[in-house]
Design a protein around this ligand. Structure first.
Ligand SMILES: Cc1ncc(COP(=O)(O)O)c(C=O)c1O
Length: 398
């Protein structure tokens, strides 16, 4: 047998080993953040495929418009105008991307040199955090409360960094149904955040991927619609409304940002087959109806989890009460360690991610993100009761 070929000496410097992981499911799975496969709009998508292919299927023979299917860009811009009061030019101010994750990575690469400082909320979406680390950003989390980023903390953090000779490149925020914290930033906080960042010459990178998952309360306007100076870069996604497997997101930004970010778009335009399908599905009204049904079911799931948290944790913990999205953030008293017990809890039937995984500086041992969107309401109720028992059994709460 010849020796196996070795790549050890060939890898580019600093490339981390990140094997594609396989999702493990606990009996009660509050770790995964995707929809239940049983509730995907498969019939609507199948109808859309059939009808769009009979009309435009021959276009699959070509490499399409680099910014992505123009009809879908137009529909996205129209939807953003209608539901988010956003003015976006579908030709030049908006491009389709392979999920919002690709857009986030493109923007990070276009704006970030190694060692640059990037501000975020004190806990943030793991994919963005990984990407920021991959491009060697110095990630600084700003303290938040249930109304969002605390303005005084934002201002003093930027001033402190300036005094240290560090320029803040941008602020990345998930202002609506924050992942992992669950809250939505209030309008006043958005205005204050915009004013402070503008004063310091810092752009706001708004990740709005949960915006459509509201099942209670009123929408808060986007950062993008509060700004008419080009200070806001915006990403959105079809992952949370249709399915992550569609891999379709979008980036709305000033043309100068798009053209730089575009340098990091891999593999040409986005999947045209998926874009055709989504456009057809949206045009026939399927999306709005599906989102409405999905949100109603999410509300029931959230309520089941909240009820069980109240009954089983009582005064032993605090938790957020999201008006949409997928996450509840559970916080135990200081000193409790949900990170240390995470694998054990998984083995005993309850999956979650501890806060430390979402923190730029490894804080949050006493917190956990609980996703309520995947299990059934009954599983949410029962799983939280199980979690409380596991934590009691292992002395994490009493
Ligand atoms: C806040 C946030 N942004 C972006 C993404 C990426 O989603 P996608 O690439 O599927 O659009 C996720 C995924 O969970 C997320 O939670």
């Amino acid at each position: 047998m010849p020796d196996r070929f070795s790549y050890q000496e060939l890898f580019a410097a600093g490339v981390p080993e990140t094997p594609p992981g396989k999702t493990r499911h606990a009996r009660y799975d509050f770790a995964v953040a995707y929809p239940n496969p049983d509730t995907l709009p498969l019939d609507g998508l199948a109808d859309a495929v059939r009808s769009v292919l009979s009309r435009e299927g021959r276009d699959l023979a070509y490499y399409t418009d680099p910014g992505g299917y123009p009809e879908l860009r137009r529909l996205v811009a129209e939807r953003l105008a209608r539901s988010r009061n956003m003015t976006v030019d579908p030709d030049g101010g908006l491009v389709l991307t392979g999920g919002s994750g690709e857009a986030i990575s493109m923007v990070i690469q276009a704006l970030t040199d190694p060692g640059d400082t990037v501000l975020t909320e004190e806990f943030l979406y793991l994919g963005t955090l990984r990407s920021l680390h991959r491009y060697q950003a110095n990630v600084v989390g700003v303290k938040c409360d249930e109304s969002g980023i605390i303005p005084e903390e934002l201002d003093s953090t930027i001033q402190r960094l300036k005094a240290e000779g560090r320029r803040v490149k941008y602020l990345y925020t998930i202002p609506t149904f924050q992942n992992p914290l669950g809250w939505t930033m209030t309008l006043e906080r958005r205005r204050q955040t915009l004013e402070i960042t503008r004063r310091h010459g810092v752009p706001v990178f708004e990740d709005d991927c949960y915006i459509d998952l509201r099942f209670e309360g009123e929408d808060v306007v986007s950062f993008h619609s509060l700004d008419d100076t080009g200070q806001v870069i915006y990403v959105g996604s079809f992952s949370k409304t249709i399915a992550p497997g569609m891999r379709m997101g979008y980036l709305a930004a000033p043309p100068e940002v798009i053209s730089r970010a575009w340098a990091f778009k891999m593999g040409g335009a986005v999947n045209h087959f998926a874009a055709l399908t989504i456009a057809e599905y949206v045009k026939h009204g399927g999306l709005e109806q599906h989102v409405q049904e999905q949100n109603e079911s999410l509300r029931v799931k959230r309520d089941a989890m909240l009820a069980s948290l109240g009954e089983n944790f009582g005064n032993a913990a605090t938790w957020t009460r999201p008006e949409g999205g997928l996450y509840i953030w559970l916080t135990l008293p200081e000193g409790a360690n949900l990170e240390a017990i995470q694998e054990q809890a998984f083995q005993e039937g309850v999956g979650y991610y501890s806060g430390t995984q979402f923190s730029p500086d490894g804080r949050g041992q006493n917190s956990a993100r609980l996703c309520f969107g995947y299990p059934t309401p009954e599983e949410n109720y029962q799983g939280i009761a199980e979690l409380a028992q596991i934590l009691e059994r292992h002395g994490v709460i009493n």
